[in-house]
Design a protein around this ligand. Structure first.
Ligand code: PEP
Length: 257
């Protein structure tokens, strides 16, 4: 499979942390720490309220771009509390995280809704970071592959071959998110291989070889290099350890080849 073209992605998911002021403070410390880095994409997903301020600060950055943590699939209408792709585009946002396990399991988002969001993001020129992952009881019950396939099948249901490489997949085992328990290298590589071979079946090996698959779940400076050394891990989606400039800068400075 062609892995040469897969540029590593290091993405921060700030969840419901950081005010506008805290976002500005973070970026002013973080950007000088990473300004010599190349050959990777760095993404930060602050809360919606801080996107505008972050976008202003990052407009000159060649390394760091912004993601929203969610969006609705309609462009406008009576959808109280929701945010649309055109609102995100107006702020210069490039990416959108969709199907995060907290959206699935706290807010009840179903695969069918996530499928509509992926479709809408691509139609409106936003790049989806599609999160998938099994719960502990699903893994222990031998259902991991089936759960991942169901989530992939919905997420890619409206994605054509021509736009497939615009989607980044984030494999985030639910039992590893915010728990301090990281998947072992074998567990991560096994899941990533399974995802890539499923994508090969849906598209072909050239296209599947171009789709970036990130690992997420208690990534920290101490384990990033071991994860990045795995052949099918193309980056990381980081929650807790992305909240401090010192730790996130160490993560984005990981070895990339
Ligand atoms: C996440 O929120 O996507 C995540 C992986 O969190 P953490 O790194 O804290 O486990």
């Amino acid at each position: 499979m062609n892995s040469l073209k897969r540029i590593p992605v290091l993405a921060a998911n700030w969840k419901m942390y950081k005010t506008v002021g805290e976002t500005r403070e973070f970026l002013h410390v973080f950007l000088p720490m990473v300004d010599k880095l190349s050959e990777r994409e760095v993404i930060i997903a602050p809360p919606f309220t801080a996107l505008s301020a972050a976008s202003e600060i990052l407009k000159e950055s060649e390394l760091v771009t912004l993601a929203a943590q969610n969006m609705y699939f309609e462009q406008k209408g009576g959808f109280t509390g929701e945010i649309s792709s055109i609102m995100l585009k107006e702020l210069g946002i490039k990416w959108v995280i969709l199907g995060h396990s907290e959206r699935r399991h706290i807010f009840g988002e179903k695969n069918s809704l996530i499928a509509l969001k992926v479709k809408s993001a691509l139609e409106n020129d936003l790049l989806p970071i599609l999160c998938i992952g099994e719960k502990l009881e699903e893994r222990e019950g031998g259902l991991m592959h089936e759960i991942l396939e169901r989530q992939l099948s919905a997420g890619f249901s409206e994605v054509s071959s021509a736009e497939a490489d615009k989607v980044v997949v984030a494999y985030e085992p639910v039992w590893a998110i915010g728990t301090g328990r990281t998947a072992t290298p074998d567990q991560a590589q096994d899941a990533h291989i399974h995802i890539r071979s499923w994508l090969t079946g849906l598209f072909d090996s050239d296209i599947a070889g171009q789709i970036r698959i990130l690992y997420g779940g208690s990534v920290k400076p101490e384990n990033i290099n071991e994860l990045m050394a795995l052949p099918d891990v193309d980056g990381a989606l980081v929650g807790g350890a992305s909240l401090k400039p010192e730790s996130f800068s160490q993560i984005v400075s990981c070895r990339t080849s």
